[in-house]
Ligand binder design. Structure first.
Ligand code: NAD
Ligand code: IPM
Ligand code: MN
Length: 351
């Protein structure tokens, strides 16, 4: 039996609400698989910032690094200037811990509400680059607030950074039955970065002859995510395109309340971090209205990453069976968490 050190960052808004349910399910399933999580909770986010002005002190970052994995709820609050926590906490963690693979699976579970009439079998994963692109903060503004203001956000793409995420995406496609990879970019306009991505995919493709590779411009990709999502298997894309596409992917595959993600450091040089795709949802925070399913499925991704695929599958099966039996009457955050926990404890068949 092994004990894993887990850093928990509940964060803001609905973050603590959904994290509590994810931890409940995680502990339950861990016990059944003979492992345990030794948790350290980090008080980071809006409250901390208001109290001390701190966002992510170096000592806390150093402490987070000593953990085996991180579970995060959400960050961001309307009372804090936009970007302070998002950049200073969430993106800082992704960059400092070298989370270059932002893994965002999308799957239509039987019975889940979807706006699509005939979606077919939808089961794909977006491999979103996590450490480069327009997110690096390479920009600035001058003459701010004047009619002559000029603002830039320059996307940074390195051969090293693109190649490592593209390789990871090919390896994931190789491990999936359909063996298909779609590069999404905008190489008809963003010719510098776009051609680097296209050339890199073409080069790595020669090492993966059994992967079918195609390319879509990001605008067209949004069409197909709505009209024909079953065409996708693995999508590899830039940091910003991946952010936008995965909210859309969530919306068509059961909603933002069920979309999970992993910020993965595949080289193991720092802990990986698991979080729902959604944010702190200030509009419903404090009302027990948030669906904790995305956070719970993120805990499953965490287990998978730690090399506990059976434990992960047990959570996925419990979620699948909960979704299949969801009625139409609204349930609280705790009720959904309890229902999924009960299905874990009841030993839903892992199929
Ligand atoms: P959001 O994802 O927080 O909310 C968008 C909509 O989805 C809202 O109507 C919300 O009520 C709903 N929603 C989100 N999660 C839900 C859940 N689990 N169950 C039911 N409904 C849910 O996005 P936003 O409104 O653009 O951002 C709010 C704040 O969160 C901002 O500060 C933003 O920067 C931050 N944010 C953080 C993360 C993160 O921590 N990973 C991700 C996205 C946004
Ligand atoms: C997400 C969020 C973050 C992102 C923000 C809050 C920095 O939208 O995790 O999808 O843009 O990556
Ligand atoms: Mn997002």
């Amino acid at each position: 039996s092994r004990t894993y050190k887990l850093a928990v960052i509940p964060g803001d808004g609905i973050g603590p609400e959904v994290t509590a349910q994810a931890l409940k399910v995680l502990d339950l399933v861990a016990a059944e698989h003979g492992v345990a999580f030794d948790k350290t909770e980090f008080n980071l986010g809006a409250k901390r910032w208001h109290a001390t002005g701190e966002v992510l002190p170096d000592a806390e970052l150093a402490s987070i690094r000593t953990h085996d994995a991180i579970l995060l709820g959400a960050v961001g609050d309307p009372t804090v200037p936009s970007g302070t926590l998002e950049r200073g906490l969430l993106l800082k963690l992704r960059f400092e811990l070298d989370h270059y693979v932002n893994l965002r699976p999308s799957k239509i579970y039987p019975g889940v509400p979807t706006p699509l009439a005939n979606p077919g079998v939808v089961d794909f994963v977006v491999v979103r680059e996590g450490t480069e692109g327009p997110y690096v903060g390479n920009g600035g503004a001058i003459r701010v607030g004047t009619p002559q203001e000029l603002a830039t956000e320059v996307s940074v793409n390195t051969a090293f950074g693109v190649e490592r995420v593209v390789r990871d995406a090919f390896a994931r496609a190789q491990a999936r039955p359909r063996k298909k990879l779609t590069l999404v970019h905008k190489n008809n306009v963003l010719v510098h970065a776009g051609h680097l991505w296209t050339r890199t995919v073409d080069a790595v493709a020669t090492e993966f002859p059994d992967i079918a590779v195609d390319y879509l411009h990001v605008d067209a990709a949004t069409i197909f995510l709505v009209t024909d999502p079953s065409r996708f298997d693995v999508i590899v894309t830039d940091n910003l395109f991946g952010d936008i596409l995965t909210d859309l992917a969530a919306a068509v595959t059961g909603g933002i309340g069920v979309a999970a993600s992993g910020n993965i450091n595949p080289d193991g040089t720092a802990p990986s971090m698991f979080e729902p795709v959604h944010g702190s949802a200030p509009d419903i925070a404090g009302q027990s209205k948030a669906d904790p399913t995305a956070a719970i499925l993120s805990a499953a991704l965490l287990l998978d990453h730690l090399g506990l695929p059976e434990a992960a599958a047990q959570i996925n099966a419990a979620v699948e069976s909960d979704i299949a039996s969801r009625g139409t009457s609204p349930r609280s955050t705790e009720e959904v968490g309890e229902a999924i926990a009960a299905r874990v404890a009841g030993g839903v068949a892992v199929g």
